[in-house]
Design a binder for this molecule. Sequence first.
Ligand code: SF4
Ligand code: SF4
Length: 337
Amino acid sequence: MADKLLKREDLGKLIGSVVGGGGVFVAPTIDARQVVFKPVTKAEEIVTDYIVARNSYKEYVFPQTEVVADYTIGKDGVDLRSRKVEPKETVIFGARPCEASSLSALRAVFTWDFIDEFYTKREDKTTVISVGCTKADEACFCTTVALSPETKTGSDIYLLETESGDYLAEAVTDKGRAFIKKHASVFGAAGGEKAKKLFIPEKIKGIDPGKVAEKLSDKGHYEDPVWAELTRKCIGCGACTFVCPTCHCFDITDEGTAFEGERRKNWDACQFDTFTLHASGHNPRDLQYKRWRNRFNCKFSFYPNKFSSKGCVGCGRCIRVCPVRLDITEVMEELSK
Ligand code: SF4
Ligand code: SF4
């Protein structure tokens, strides 16, 4: 229940308190005429009129590149020293409920057969404050994948904008409750303020997620010519994977000299032709449609079958950024037939 009120005029105080305490306050802001998640230090930098930020906030829990170890190669062999990750307290403000629910997808993979502390320690220090959507665009399809602007899973604090521009606040997790307690001076008691109406997008009529899953579970679908037909225009740029809140593939590279250097963890993308290129020169995903088919299967088959979390949260980012307008929902519709 939203029993607290965060006044818009107190946002600056909240930011000051987090940043003054050594933390990072990430929020949607304008950069190069686009709404993006970036660290802010003033309330005036925050944008409130947006649908979803162009980038996902995943880069604050899973950076695009980071050093995980240092190495030295000497006469006595290789000395590999792990880096310690000591993340700052991070607040993600203004996440949409769809992407907030994506964090469990990242956690599932980074704690599956190995606990990746570079991820878990960052997520543990991150508080997600989501804001329910009062509008959507034609790329949004959260309700088609069984989510909605009312979804609170993944949010630590869930906000609803009020008619007067403030926020009704509900603590969803213990972390959210602790955050509100710590910043009690800006989270006052709510007293009958009226929330703006949420915009609930209609489910896409031609999509039946059950049929999509059924089709993908039949291994025969792999050779269906529909994959090549539907995805022929994909140029393999990887933009869809980099903006996707649930995509998590990375590569490990050593950068340095023959004697010393750094071991880095870098974002990678299954849409790149070198992603599955073997040292022998053989590439099991030698054509772009095979790479696209893999991404789609990852979202709607491999991932939900292996973990209980979602592979796609319907945020629509991949549709908005794709330079050739390859729309994932069109493929979902085709497979639903
Ligand atoms: S696949 Fe596309 S719509 Fe689904 S979560 Fe990723 S970016 Fe969003
Ligand atoms: S953004 Fe579009 S063109 Fe680029 S890899 Fe993704 S589907 Fe292909």
